[in-house]
Design a protein around this ligand. Structure first.
Ligand code: C5P
Length: 379
């Protein structure tokens, strides 16, 4: 049954930082209540062509002008027929007819309805009109039969939505992102690390990829699944990270240093596990190389973006850091708010001054940041 997959899709898209507006046909409302989608997306759900609260009774125009892509999931045989004929007999059909953005449909129906020549004829008209048809898959159906007509899974549809949202802001650029913490070994089993989750760096790598960049992600130890970028290099210590960055930097146009690199490491790692005694134990720490500064001091550095997590005097300390590291752009946040959490509020500091990105999910912030970087990079 495709209806519950649509709810899961709305949840995953929202979690992915996408602002989801839901339009439901009357048939859809028989399967799932609008309140489900309202609570999953945080936005009101539209069901009526004649919404009285829409400006000038133009719900279809207002909606279609404010969206970057439309996905109809599930798309029934009846809806496909109406779309193929350019009907405008409910809000969804009218919205599709009035659109000026990419339209995708995810068919879901009984296998015989799918195979019917009328449906296939309608689908070929839609393909001809440039509408993207996602699926369906083959498998067990709600009616108990087995065959073509199952709606694709939410996670498969998300990939298509991401592709449709590609902006091209960084088309063809090589972007190198560092992410996560580093782990500085003390002995064979212990080490010094920090609570960076890697979420922000991974989100930035994904947003850069969505913007058309070729992305290399150098990641310290995290529990996250990396996005499907061109290359992922896993490292442990700051020194490993420096070596990985140096190997990539000559092919890099934009370097985004998000990693929370340990400032110090133990000079001599004990090859064995240090034995516990009653005596005090001192560790002598030596400074780690500053990876970002090593890159920004190169004779021909890439466009360098730094991050600064501060616990106090955010703007002042961050601007000092930006100048010291010679960065065209520094992203500052309050360490206590950002580290490990799913949301952050960011302050972007560049030569023009400061820009605040109010609290939002890390993927939404990453997309704003990539847009900002592309505007500075082009100048
Ligand atoms: O000086 P601070 O550590 O606060 O600077 C943070 C910025 O510098 C981040 O962009 C971080 O990735 C980078 N950095 C680095 N190498 C270090 C320390 C920080 O690249 N050893």
């Amino acid at each position: 049954m495709a209806a519950y997959k649509a709810a899961e899709l709305a949840r995953l898209l929202t979690q992915d930082g996408i602002d989801v507006q839901t339009v439901m046909t009357q048939s859809a409302c028989h399967f799932v209540g609008p309140v489900t989608f309202q609570s999953l997306t945080g936005n009101p759900v539209h069901t009526d062509l004649w919404e009285t609260n829409a400006a000038n009774n133009m719900a279809h125009i207002n909606l279609s002008r404010n969206v970057d892509a439309i996905l109809v999931a599930p798309a029934s045989a009846d809806f496909i027929a109406r779309l193929a004929n350019g009907r405008a007999d409910d809000l969804l059909a009218t919205l599709c007819l009035a659109r000026n953005c990419p339209l995708m449909i995810a068919p879901a129906m009984n296998r015989q309805m799918w195979e019917n020549p009328a449906t296939q004829r309608n689908l070929s008209l839609l393909r001809h009109d440039g509408i993207k048809i996602l699926g369906p898959a083959s498998g067990e159906q709600a009616c108990g039969e087995i065959g073509m007509g199952r709606m694709l899974e939410a996670c498969e549809l998300i990939e298509a939505v991401r592709a449709a949202l590609q902006t091209g802001w960084l088309q063809g650029k090589n972007v190198l992102v560092t992410a996560g913490p580093t782990f500085e070994a003390i002995d064979a089993v212990r080490g010094i690390t920090n609570s960076s989750s890697g979420k922000m760096g991974y989100a930035i790598a994904l947003a850069a990829m969505e913007a058309g960049a070729k992305v290399t992600l150098v990641s310290g130890p995290t529990c996250l699944m990396p996005p499907a970028v061109d290359k992922v290099i896993r490292v442990v210590s700051a020194n490993d990270m420096l070596i990985a960055v140096q190997a990539e930097i000559s092919q890099t146009d934009i370097f985004i240093s998000v990693a929370a690199v340990a400032d110090y490491r133990v000079e001599k790692i004990n090859p064995q596990k240090i034995k516990k005694t009653d005596a005090r134990l001192s560790l002598e720490l030596i400074p780690n190389p500053d990876i970002l500064m090593t890159v920004s001091n190169l004779p021909r550095p890439p466009f360098c973006v730094g991050f600064a997590a501060e616990t106090e005097d955010l703007e002042k300390n961050a601007e000092i850091k930006r100048r010291k590291k010679k960065l065209p752009l520094l992203v500052a946040n309050l360490a206590q708010d950002a580290i490990g959490s799913d949301e952050s509020e960011l302050m972007l500091l560049d030569d023009a001054g400061k820009h605040i990105l109010p609290k939002a999910s890390k993927i939404a912030q990453a997309r704003h940041l990539i847009k900002h970087i592309s505007s500075l990079y082009k100048q």
